[in-house]
Design a protein around this ligand. Structure first.
Ligand SMILES: C[S@@+](CC[C@H](N)C(=O)[O-])C[C@H]1O[C@@H](n2cnc3c(N)ncnc32)[C@H](O)[C@@H]1O
Length: 261
């Protein structure tokens, strides 16, 4: 049997030097000042989690996959789970996350303030920094793709700009989404964000790959794993703060009943 060689311009996840990812440059471009698009996305995520958990107790565990130097998905999970795993492949991003755990940087407060428009966040009972430190403890070095074989399961999950932004391969994109879904317990609420029609992106002097995907691809791939999926698309040209893409797609839903339980 002969294997099909990958296309010459294909860049798989393992082909990339993820330790070249510069968290400082990435943050200055994306998260030092909150962009309107992130505020919009974060508001949807807050409402999704808050609607799901209203009247129920806190669950044990949450996971943010490919956390990179972005704390806002974890902040959105703070009221709802005891522990949060921040899973990340790049050593530099892990180092950034480790440094944020004891006392995160003040620019993340603007994101927390958006979350506090919901009472559950505003009445957390302790400062978000204390809760963050308690919930995260240690960011975890690892790969999204290893979650497919991992026997651990989480009760809540986020994955922001990862599955489509770590490869040019459609098969890898789909596998990545499947591995994220594999990590979640039946009924677990999740939020996953994707760049639409991304051509790849630059962080400082390094280029990183992306798979061009759209809303129908996101719906199709999630359809096998998730119920009640709601898609929010943001495509205001004034909000295209990152380069080489046409918009952002946020998918909020719940993990389907698993057949392996
Ligand atoms: C575009 S960044 C997104 C970072 C962050 N989630 C955000 O919202 O800005 C993609 C992230 O995925 C990480 N990554 C790349 N390959 C990965 C893998 N196989 N497993 C987990 N994370 C990975 C990168 O190091 C980087 O932090």
């Amino acid at each position: 049997m002969t294997s099909v060689p990958p296309a010459a311009d294909q860049k798989l996840n393992d082909d990339v030097l993820w330790d070249d990812f510069d968290p400082g440059v990435y943050i200055s471009h994306n998260y030092l000042e909150m962009q309107a698009v992130d505020e919009e996305i974060l508001s949807h995520v807050r409402d999704h989690f808050s609607d799901h958990f209203r009247g129920r107790g806190r669950v044990a565990s949450g996971i943010d996959v490919g956390a990179g130097p972005n704390l806002y998905p974890a902040l959105a999970m703070l009221p709802w789970c005891d522990r949060i795993t921040l899973l990340e492949r790049s050593a530099r991003n892990l180092e950034y996350l480790r440094r944020q755990c004891p006392d995160y940087a003040p620019h993340w407060d603007q994101f927390w303030n958006v979350l506090c428009k919901d009472e559950a966040y505003a009445t957390l009972g302790m400062t978000p920094r204390v809760r963050f430190k308690e919930a995260i403890q240690q960011p975890e070095s690892g790969s999204l793709f290893d979650l497919c074989a991992d026997t651990r399961r989480w009760d809540l999950g986020t994955m922001f700009f990862v599955a489509e932004s770590i490869t040019t391969s459609l098969a890898e994109f789909r596998r990545g989404v499947g591995c994220f879904m594999n990590a979640l317990n039946s009924g677990a609420p999740f939020a996953a964000a994707f760049m639409e029609h991304s051509e790849g992106y630059r962080v400082g002097s390094h280029e990183f790959p992306a798979r061009d995907i759209d809303e129908s691809e996101v719906r199709a791939v999630l359809g096998g794993y998730a119920d009640h999926v709601e898609i929010h698309r943001t495509a205001n040209p004034k909000q295209l703060v990152r380069d080489g893409y046409t918009g952002m797609i946020l998918a909020c839903g719940q993990r389907k009943e698993r057949r392996d339980e």
